[in-house]
Design a protein around this ligand. Structure first.
Ligand SMILES: Cc1ncc(COP(=O)(O)O)c(C=O)c1O
Length: 381
């Protein structure tokens, strides 16, 4: 099946009990058994749920994997991956990543002795240099959040495999429509399905997709043993969102291209970060490993102050000032005080995340309305 067919059909069958074409929301915590141990594959709602199973099959197909595990949030999915390791092990993570991922690694797992180091992964040989005997996991996020740098998934995964190290790619920013990390050698793909997969900013959800069945079983075990499961209603909403993933992401990427070009020539804008520019250091790589350049755009102002950024951030009408991304509606955000507030200022500045950096998540509205909204806000500076 091609991608546009998979989003609608993969893993989805009319419900066997009624013929319901849309996957029902199985709002149940338990399942009847005829005699002890005799059941239809479902025993207890933490362990399995048919709405969740349909979503897991669909996600497996979208990322070309062999199994998927759905969680109550993207960070719960990350938490299950971290639980594969033990005290004394080390995670090498890209140095520009979602602030909540950083916070979990440093402040939760750090205190249990699972150490994380944040490194420049844009030159794969640097990753090889940083590997130590304790390194057990390499954590890639690409495009990175919020600087939109690109990591060479294939090159880093090749290095990891040679050293017997597991790799995870947080594919939230790209979505499976743009990038399939398992095809490039990654062991695990993570999504905050709260974003593009759900696509309508109406549920919080996360998932892992794997290329190895045994690893999938270990993650199912961790989930069942620790309990970070999503509810059936949220699984339904994500399944429903996925049916238009290709249409939404296609349009959002087209909108991002127009807005990035517009900002690039704007006299009040200093620098625009978007991998679609030929001068972007990751442009050629993005062309190879992604189908389009994504729908996230970040930019600095010429007046590089928090005050100027605050004026822009509070003056838009169509772009809503809010955390999150990947919905049909456009959002504007201030990483330093919002999504990345948990990263120390020096660590932020070291990767170019200035106090005045503004991040846009392009939605699917009319792009010229979006441009006019930004124009009016920039005129306030
Ligand atoms: C790239 C990325 N990964 C992971 C997460 C965490 O996902 P969730 O908010 O669903 O826990 C986020 C949330 O913003 C994110 O942007």
């Amino acid at each position: 099946m091609q991608f546009a067919t998979k989003v609608i059909h993969a893993g989805i069958e009319p419900d066997p009990s009624t013929g319901s074409v849309m996957t029902p929301i199985y709002q149940t915590s338990t399942y009847a058994q005829t005699t002890p141990g005799e059941h239809q594959g479902y025993e207890y709602g933490r362990t399995q749920n048919p709405t969740r199973t349909a979503l897991e099959k669909n996600l497996t197909a979208l990322e070309n994997g062999v199994d998927a595990i759905c969680f109550g949030s993207g960070l719960a999915a990350q938490d299950a991956v971290m639980k594969l390791f033990e005290s004394g092990d080390e995670v090498l993570a890209v140095n520009d990543l979602y602030g909540g991922s950083y916070r979990q690694m440093v402040r939760v797992y750090g205190q249990w002795g699972l150490k994380s180091r944040f490194i420049d992964m844009y030159t794969p040989s640097n990753v090889e240099r940083e590997i130590s005997p304790a390194t057990k996991l390499i954590w890639i996020e690409t495009p990175t959040n919020p600087m939109l740098n690109i990591v060479d998934i294939r090159a880093v995964c090749d290095i990891a495999r040679r050293h017997g190290i597991l790799t995870v790619v947080d594919n939230t920013f790209a979505s499976p429509y743009l990038q399939n990390p398992l095809d490039l050698g990654a062991d695990i793909v993570l999504h905050s399905a709260t974003k593009y997969l759900g696509g309508h900013s109406d549920s919080v959800h996360g998932c892992l997709i794997v290329r190895d069945a045994e690893l999938g079983q270990r993650l199912h075990f961790i989930q069942n043993a620790t309990g970070a499961v999503p509810g059936p209603m949220d699984c339904f909403l994500i399944l429903r969102g996925i049916k238009t993933l290709h249409l939404r992401v296609q349009r959002a990427c087209e909108n991002a291209a127009v807005i990035a070009q517009y900002l690039h020539t704007h006299p009040k804008v200093a620098k625009v970060y978007w991998p679609g520019f030929e001068h972007h250091t990751g442009h050629e790589l993005a062309k190879r490993q992604m189908r389009m350049f994504g729908a996230m755009v970040s930019f600095d102002l010429v007046d590089n102050t928090l005050e100027a950024a605050t004026k822009v951030l509070s003056s838009t009408h169509l772009f809503t000032l809010a955390e999150s991304l990947g919905g049909v509606e456009s959002l504007i955000g201030h990483p330093a005080s919002m999504t990345h507030a948990s990263i120390p200022r020096e660590a932020r500045l070291a990767v170019g995340l200035t106090d005045s950096l503004i991040r846009l998540s392009l939605g699917v509205e009319d792009v010229y309305d979006l441009r006019d909204d930004l124009e009016a806000a920039l005129n306030m500076v």
